[in-house]
Design a protein around this ligand. Structure first.
Ligand code: GLY
Length: 406
């Protein structure tokens, strides 16, 4: 959203330059297409694909999210993914300067407005950050600032000081939870950190830090992998249980959950400079990058512990999120580690930019990436395009482009 400062990316670029010789992990990628050419090719492909997606989307109400069989699936403004399509349109505008994308982004951003006052979920950071957040970053329209502040004010209504966290989901009819918090929720803290600065209101920041601290204490295993969901007692703050909803098993490592944690703690380190957040991001990065079941192309299976591996679906969205996070993380560490993170991110981006994952022109209903997995246990969105895979892929390409030009 309002992501990595140019200064951090510049630092990452410089430390990468110093540590290039140590980037053994990325050596296999060095003989390939120059990375600058790859970035240009990807943005050209993205523009062509999104012309298709935009025209398909405009023929239906809502925001394009995925594909089901032959049909484009669109969702309403209160779906957790509603912001990603406008966010990708903003990124395309940023990448190309083409006003077409800005016009479309403005329209779809306005359509996410109902999320501002939605107290029923925690995903406002995703929804409003990707749409209004990028819009504000690129236009400075004060109405966008107001929308973001309204969303932040809504989001903190879900905070419980006894738990020290924001409740992720409302209680489902058949669940036994009392206060469920999912690791994904780390991503919504960026909206609060931004709001604390924009409104000069420390409360948003205090809540975001409390949430990150509570998650750090309770969501992670000794190897830095994370549980998907921790349930708390809202009156005492005690942990009631740890489990998965979207992963393979309670004790498994759902790939996108690892990616959310990595991105979330990297972002929170950027925002706070608390060393424990940097340490956690680095530990998650190590877990992901060194996992024995990570395929050679660095695009993870949807869950690292699916017993069907190697016959399990991949999740391109987890790879896109991870690559974007690692490029930011590279700005916060010494040269050899920066080189390692950047080389790994480039490896993922090269894979995503290959015909294995990048849709052939005019296919995939205009989505850019193939082979993402949304909710396998529910039998939904398996091996499909997903709007957030595209969004974080474009974000990673923009981050890499900024690092290239330093
Ligand atoms: N935040 C929901 C997901 O990652 O699927």
């Amino acid at each position: 959203m309002l992501h990595a400062s140019r200064r951090a990316l510049s630092r990452a670029a410089k430390t990468f330059a110093c540590g290039l010789a140590l980037a053994a992990a990325g050596s296999q990628a060095l003989a390939a297409e120059p990375i600058g050419d790859l970035i240009k090719r990807d943005f050209q492909a993205a523009a062509a694909q999104y012309r298709t997606l935009l025209s398909e989307a405009q023929a239906k109400p809502g925001f394009p999210r995925t594909v089901d069989g032959a049909a484009l699936v669109t969702v309403g403004p209160k779906d957790w993914t509603s912001g990603f399509f406008p966010g990708s349109l903003w990124y395309l505008f940023e990448a190309t300067g083409d006003q077409t994308w800005k016009t479309a982004a403005i329209g779809y951003t306005a359509d996410t407005a109902p999320a501002k006052f939605d107290k029923s979920q925690h995903d406002l950071g995703f929804m409003l950050g990707a749409s209004y957040g990028n819009g504000y970053r690129l236009t400075r329209d004060p109405a966008y600032r107001d929308a973001l502040l309204a969303g932040a004010t809504t989001l903190i209504t879900r905070y419980n000081p006894k738990v020290g966290a924001i409740q992720s989901w409302d209680l489902w009819k058949d669940s036994t939870w009392k206060f469920p918090v999912i690791v994904d929720n780390m991503m919504n803290l960026e909206l609060l950190m931004w709001a604390a600065r924009a409104a000069n209101e420390p409360r948003y920041r205090e809540i975001a830090i409390a949430h990150a601290d509570t998650t750090l204490r309770n969501h992670f295993r000794p190897d830095a992998s994370s549980y998907h969901l921790v349930d708390y007692d809202p009156s005492s703050g005690a942990v009631r249980g740890k489990q998965t909803v979207q992963g393979f098993a309670n004790e498994s490592s759902w790939a996108r959950g690892q990616a959310w944690g990595l991105y979330g703690y990297t972002m929170m380190y950027r925002e706070t400079k608390k060393p424990e957040y940097l340490a956690q991001a680095r530990r998650i990065a190590d877990f992901f990058m060194n996992h024995p079941r990570l395929p050679a192309d660095a695009i993870p299976y949807w869950d690292f512990d699916d017993t069907a591996i190697p016959n399990a679906p991949r999740d391109a969205s987890a790879a896109a999120i991870t690559s974007s996070a690692l490029l930011e993380l590279a700005g916060f560490v010494d040269a050899p580690h920066a080189a390692r993170y950047r080389a790994f991110a480039e490896r993922q981006l090269r894979s995503l930019s290959s015909g294995d994952y990048l849709a052939a022109p005019g296919t995939n209903h205009g989505f850019l990436l193939k082979h993402a997995t949304g909710h396998k246990p529910a039998g939904k969105e398996i091996d499909v395009p997903l709007n957030y895979a595209d969004y974080y892929f474009l974000e990673a390409l923009l981050r890499l482009r900024a690092m290239q030009s330093q």
